[in-house]
Design a protein around this ligand. Structure first.
Ligand code: GLU
Length: 311
């Protein structure tokens, strides 16, 4: 095994996987395994209200069914984000000591949304938030109110660039393009951006393959990892599958694994995904491992892929 290459699956157990998730998992597996790399399965179950044991079990089972294996991770408890609070706390304290975080007292709904990954179209930045600019008196009054604040990261007002393995050069000024974002909710739960950065860093991940809707999170994650003293992985985003009204969501039942597994063999599904992504010329059934010799990012489409629920 080439231990210089470390990839990961990082699903959230908030629903059954759908075809779009499966495509990015297949590509993550092919990217890592075609280089002889090590693959980690991390369970991103940060949000206690949305994570369900039934989905947790289904994720692992669906990946195995599809022929995608991993070397380390779930069900080892250390690979579930819900068990890693002490680790995130340490990183949080480090950022706090460097005055990179501040309390945010804005409304509950905004703060609660922040534990999960910001998939496209979801609003991340609250432009009306004044919490970074409170007067000493305002801050004291809020602190005395007994309410717990959420915590936001002070975004760097500087250009962060990276070369995405599929989409090329990405440049972002996080302060201007994204704005300060929540890294810890008021209920104490750490948010996606902090947890994912800390985990990718500490698990020595070198290749992050996931859907393009997280592309705009990559510069922030790279910056966070470097600020915490680590080396950022190579980010490699994959096209999204869209179903008429936009990106597929876990609520789109007919394309969820739960339904797909009843009507397709794993080879038929892998063949379909490979064809849709541009990797193969026909959608003939194929096992994931048979795609290893033909896999190359150059063949994968960059534009999103429209499918209909009966596809
Ligand atoms: N757990 C995240 C999700 O399911 C993905 C995180 C990532 O790949 O960075 O949306």
């Amino acid at each position: 095994m080439n231990t210089n290459v470390v990839g990961r699956f990082a699903p959230s157990p908030s629903g059954y996987l759908h075809m779009g998730n499966l495509l990015s998992m297949l590509l993550a597996w092919l990217d890592c395994r075609s280089q002889g790399g090590k693959l980690i399965f991390r369970m991103e179950d940060l949000d206690p209200a949305r994570s369900k044991p039934v989905y947790r079990d289904a994720l692992a089972d669906d990946l195995r069914w599809l022929g995608l294996d991993w070397d380390e991770g779930w069900p080892e408890p250390d690979f579930a984000q819900s068990n890693r609070t002490a680790i995130y706390e340490e990183a949080f304290q480090l950022l706090r000591e460097r005055d990179l975080v501040y309390p945010c007292w804005c409304s509950r709904a905004k703060r609660l949304a922040a534990a999960s990954a910001p998939h496209s179209g979801e609003r991340e930045h609250d432009s009306g938030c004044r919490c970074a600019r409170l007067s000493a008196g305002e801050r004291l009054a809020l602190e005395a109110s007994g309410r717990n604040p959420a915590w936001k990261l002070r975004c760097p007002d500087t250009e962060v660039s990276l070369t995405d393995g599929h989409y090329g050069l990405i440049t972002q000024n996080p302060a201007r393009d994204v704005g300060d974002f929540i890294i810890r909710r008021a209920d104490g739960v750490f948010a996606y951006q902090l947890a994912v950065s800390v985990d990718d860093m500490l698990m020595s991940v070198t290749r992050v393959v996931r859907g393009r809707d997280l592309l705009s999170s990559a510069p922030r994650q790279k910056w966070l990892i470097e600020t915490l003293g680590g080396t950022a992985p190579v980010y490699c985003h994959s096209p999204l599958l869209t179903g008429g009204s936009g990106k597929l969501s876990k609520r789109l039942g007919s394309l969820s694994t739960e339904v797909l597994r009843r009507k397709m063999t794993p080879e038929a599904l892998v063949g379909r995904l490979a064809f849709l992504s541009g990797l193969t010329e026909t959608d003939a059934p194929v096992a994931a491992r048979e795609l290893l010799p033909v896999f190359s990012w150059e063949k994968i489409k960059t534009e999103d892929i429209e499918i209909t629920p009966d596809a």
